[in-house]
Design a protein around this ligand. Sequence first.
Ligand SMILES: NC(=O)c1ccc[n+]([C@@H]2O[C@H](COP(=O)([O-])OP(=O)(O)OC[C@H]3O[C@@H](n4cnc5c(N)ncnc54)[C@H](OP(=O)(O)O)[C@@H]3O)[C@@H](O)[C@H]2O)c1
Length: 272
Amino acid sequence: MNIRLNNGVEIPQLGLGTFRAQKKEAYEAVMHALKIGYRHIDTAAAYQNEEDVGRAIKDSGVPREEIFVTTKLFQPDQGYLKTKKALHKSLERLGLEYVDLFLIHWPMSYQLTADSYQAMEELYLDGYTRAIGVSNFNFHHLEHLFDTAEIIPQVNQVECHIHLQNHKLHEFCRKNGIYLEAYAPLMSHEIKALLENETMQEIAKKYDKSVPQIALRYQLERGIIILPKSVNKKRIEENYQTLDFTLDDADIDAIAKLNRARKYFPEADNFN
Ligand SMILES: NC(=O)c1ccc[n+]([C@@H]2O[C@H](COP(=O)([O-])OP(=O)(O)OC[C@H]3O[C@@H](n4cnc5c(N)ncnc54)[C@H](OP(=O)(O)O)[C@@H]3O)[C@@H](O)[C@H]2O)c1
């Protein structure tokens, strides 16, 4: 299922996350995901797996133009010139001529972020990335970016799961033409709390699906792009099998009530 970003570029609504997946593990996960139908891979310079992801993309035999590849600007690489160098380095590591989406991984000072974003706009206009965006941006980071940006970001990738549903940020982004991407849609290192949630277990039973499948389906129904990470073949398949069913309104309401505004990753303003 594809979504059209504000510049007309299409992005598959479900992608494979690769945080904490390295070397052989990342290579094999991407190979398997592409084999079973994933067409969207999320990586970052900070994950130190761009070479492995790039090699898998090449070896998969899937035509490059059919795969949506995202990478992100590492914080030490922020700044106008450094940002340009950083994307070229990422492209070299990935073995690609362009990426589909380039994101500011975390906001830094307003000036540094504005300078980095200006470089990203130029990289976009020069064809090195088909879309640009941000990650871990809250309202005030976006509002400051709007003061200087000439191109509205296409995406904001933020932590988003049943305990942190980000309804207001989602609405704000939607009004501004920015798609929300959910990272940690399975609650990442806190996945146990998701798997043990009784409401989720009951809903999963009703649909004969797993709790992770219900958690992912919920975000898909909200129109959010999801990036579940797995290096396990069976779980990569399980996470992909969320495109073929829908949730009743009553179940959507029940999941909405599980929101705790609870972050498991740092606040952007406190992130070092
Ligand atoms: N922009 C940012 O700052 C940022 C931050 C964090 C993440 N991200 C992106 O978002 C992606 C997803 O976030 P995440 O990796 O932190 O967390 P996640 O996708 O919410 O959860 C990953 C964890 O869940 C396990 N898992 C996956 N599918 C499962 C299933 N069906 N049943 C049971 N366990 C399952 C994985 O283990 P196995 O691998 O063993 O299956 C892993 O331990 C990342 O990989 C990355 O691409 C971005």
